[in-house]
Design a protein around this ligand. Structure first.
Ligand code: S3P
Length: 172
């Protein structure tokens, strides 16, 4: 079974959709941020503060290499995974890469009050979201399979991915 790799900006539903998909398909769910937090023994904001973003990106790269070599996984990636094109290339070799998107309004509703996203820390979160989105948009757009999750339920997003995969869920 190929991996299913969920890519997209913060707050687009990668983790919630990933958990739903894994449950319905009898696959193992892994969240890259969680793996990194566990290994480092630090929260994501603490890793950024103590070691910087470049260090975090190296940790991400290492986890991508490991997970791309496995199969049967549903993987929720961190929103910045697209910044290194090798990450998408590696995941594409062994999995279906799905890019989730959402409107800036939906994103701010979902993650605006979450203190766990260092790139959105401080005031004027909407400006921060727009500025990061602008820099990354073409990287997200380059992924062939896209789903805008703004007005969709978790179940509907999972349905669309399952249909694309052409596999039968465990319970339907
Ligand atoms: C980041 C997204 C976060 C986390 C880190 C950096 C990003 O993951 O990896 O804060 O660069 O977009 P989520 O997309 O799960 O929030």
């Amino acid at each position: 079974m190929k991996n299913i790799v969920l890519v997209g900006f913060m707050g687009t539903g990668k983790t919630t959709v990933g958990i739903e998909l894994a449950e319905r398909l009898g696959m193992v769910f892994l969240d890259m941020d969680e793996i990194i937090v566990e290994r480092e023994g630090l929260t994501i904001p603490d890793i950024f503060e103590r070691h910087g973003e470049d260090y975090f990106r190296l940790l991400e790269r290492k986890v991508v290499k490991e997970l791309a070599g496995r199969s049967g996984l549903v993987i929720a990636t961190g929103g910045g995974i697209v910044l290194n094109s090798h990450n998408i290339d590696d995941f594409s070799c062994t999995g279906l890469v799905v890019c989730l998107s959402a409107s800036p309004e939906a994103i701010i509703n979902r993650v605006g009050s979450d203190a766990n996203r260092p790139l959105l820390a401080g005031d004027d979160k909407m400006a921060k979201i727009m500025s990061i989105l602008e820099k990354r948009q073409k990287l997200y757009d380059a992924i062939p399979f896209q789903i805008d999750t703004s007005g969709l339920s978790i179940e509907t997003v999972a349905d669309e991915i399952i249909e694309k995969l052409g596999v039968r869920p465990l319970q339907s």
